[in-house]
Design a protein around this ligand. Structure first.
Ligand code: FMN
Length: 217
């Protein structure tokens, strides 16, 4: 696969074809992409809500009224909308859950390896929790890695996408009951297929020149 062509081909879809749905096997791959995204210390401080039903998308669209109305049709006309959520705390229970999963998945040759992984992860988590006091921001940064993974992966699957920060987090958190699950919404990605009249599909890409954003040593 030619990645240069792929990053040129992917673009933010501003108008979706409401008649076209993503086939279930492709959505399975989308879920796989999300689950296998990398995160610092494999902390996976996330949850993804995939809205594929009309009711589900209506619920998500409640967070795109007023100031965010410019995003509402994207949510409603997309085939599926992924709500990217971050945990609101990274507690010892979560650290134990991660460790148990890694053990089950065969990551540790012995107890020392297991303890080493736990100590390393706890170090970074405590750095953000106790010293830098930016644990929420740190977790949300991990969630954005999954967002980037999905944008590139969707292009590889020939699915169009629109990343969306323009929505009301507090409305969506309430509508989806995220607070009760110790989660908060961070971003959305609408997925589907472009409408033939999507103006953005015709526009050239615009990026700062390579020498401005990349230095070679
Ligand atoms: C985190 C993030 C949030 C974004 N939020 C919105 C949004 O709310 N609505 C929208 O139409 N586009 C949104 N965009 C799309 C960007 O404007 C777009 O990615 C950028 O202009 C580059 O264009 P391209 O994606 O077509 O290459 C968002 C993009 C990212 C990465």
């Amino acid at each position: 696969m030619n990645l240069s062509a792929l990053v040129q081909r992917r673009y933010t879809t501003k108008r979706f074809d409401p008649q076209r749905r993503i086939a279930e096997p492709v959505i399975e791959q989308v879920r796989h992409l999300l689950r296998f995204s990398p995160s610092s210390t494999n902390s996976q401080p996330w949850h993804f809500v995939v809205a594929g039903s009309a009711e589900g998308k209506q619920t998500v669209a409640k967070a795109t009224s007023d100031s965010y109305a410019f995003n509402q049709a994207k949510v409603l006309d997309a085939s599926h909308v992924v709500v990217f959520c971050a945990r609101t705390s990274i507690d010892d229970d979560h650290l134990q859950t991660l460790l148990t999963q890694e053990q089950q998945d065969g990551r540790f040759a012995n107890d020392d390896a297991r303890q080493g992984q736990h100590n390393g992860r706890t170090y970074f988590v405590n750095l953000h929790r106790l010293e830098l006091k930016d644990a929420q921001h740190w977790m949300e940064k991990q969630v954005y890695l999954a967002l980037g993974t999905l944008l590139l992966g969707a292009a590889a699957l020939e699915v169009d996408a629109c990343p969306i920060e323009g929505f009301d987090r507090s409305i969506l958190d309430r509508e989806l009951g995220l607070g009760e699950r110790s989660l908060t919404s961070v971003a959305l990605v609408a997925l589907g297929y472009r409408h033939p009249d999507d103006f953005n599909a015709q526009l050239p890409k615009s990026r700062l020149p390579e020498e401005q954003v990349i230095s070679l040593l």
